[in-house]
Design a protein around this ligand. Structure first.
Ligand code: NDP
Length: 262
């Protein structure tokens, strides 16, 4: 029998240096854990270390919503890791409002900064090193909610839609340099952020008279449960691994069949 050389449980990312945004809890922490298990050296970030930054990962506090935050993070990553081979843009989220017109201007900007421009800025700082080495792997975390662009979260969903388009375009531009860029779009996943969002959404939709109540639209997904952070991390790790060496510009929707496409 041939020994398994890559796949879960192997050191398939040994020697790779990875930066994960938002790794102090939820999906980001699961990605960090799986990267460490796969043998990668990992640096992660959040605005504060409150949460559960997995043991073995480096941590630096940074706010990825600003250019200054991205520059500080990229500089630390170069200093601590000596270069970055893998980036997972995971930090994201937004507060719901009573419909699209109730979203204040500054929250549109904030949603764009966190869910879209943070990736654009950080990539602009880290991709040049990857291009020089003619190798790199990038995953952007979007959301399956792009398929249901409802008012209370329109700022968030519009920003994620922009992220998906950007991710695809960047992938095409970087393919000749051996850099693969993909997107993972989670459905509803049991995380601290996901839970808070659902509670806020329920309150907002109650105030709206139930008109936008997606909390009751489906009690569960076709596969009978919400996602676990590890379900999303599994997809991310696959895309980062050599098993996905012919995959770029893709968007892997991991949602238990909640939003079937095509
Ligand atoms: P959580 O809210 O549970 O965790 C978010 C992480 O990002 C935390 O570590 C948080 O730390 C960090 N973060 C938030 N804002 C910033 C910032 N400005 N700068 C740096 N770090 C930041 O999120 P989830 O795990 O639920 O979601 C992860 C990703 O998956 C997000 O992009 C989200 O949009 C997406 N997603 C999640 C779904 C779900 O149901 N959970 C569904 C679809 C998509 P801190 O607050 O200390 O900064």
């Amino acid at each position: 029998m041939t020994a398994v050389e890559n796949g879960p449980g192997t050191q398939e990312l040994a020697g790779k240096r990875a930066l994960v945004t938002g790794g102090s809890r939820g999906i980001g922490a699961a990605v960090v854990r799986q990267l460490l298990d796969a043998g990668a050296e990992v640096l992660t970030t959040a605005r504060s270390a409150v949460g559960t930054v997995p043991e073995g990962a480096g941590f630096v506090a940074a706010d990825v919503r600003t250019r200054a935050g991205a520059e500080a993070l990229a500089a630390t990553a170069r200093e601590v890791l000596g270069g970055v081979d893998i980036v997972v843009h995971n930090a994201g989220g937004a507060q719901p409002h009573e419909g699209a017109l109730a979203i204040p201007d500054e929250e549109w900007q904030d949603a764009l900064d966190l869910n879209y421009l943070a990736s654009v800025r950080l990539d602009s700082l880290l991709v040049p090193g990857m291009r020089e080495r003619r190798s790199g792997r990038i995953v952007h975390i979007s959301s399956a909610a792009v398929l249901t662009p409802v008012g209370p979260f329109l700022h968030y969903v519009a920003a994620k839609a922009a992220l998906e388009t950007y991710s695809k375009g960047l992938a095409l531009e970087l393919a000749p340099f051996g850099i693969r860029v993909n997107t993972v779009s989670p459905g509803r996943t049991a995380t601290p952020g996901g839970e808070t969002t659902r509670e806020q959404w329920a309150e907002v939709s109650a105030r709206m008279g139930g008109g936008s109540d997606l909390t009751n639209a489906a009690d569960t997904t076709p596969l009978g449960r919400d996602g676990r952070p590890e379900d999303i991390a599994d997809a991310v790790l696959f895309l980062l691994s050599d098993r996905a060496s012919w995959l770029t510009a893709s968007n892997l929707i991991v949602d238990g069949g909640e939003f079937p496409r095509g």
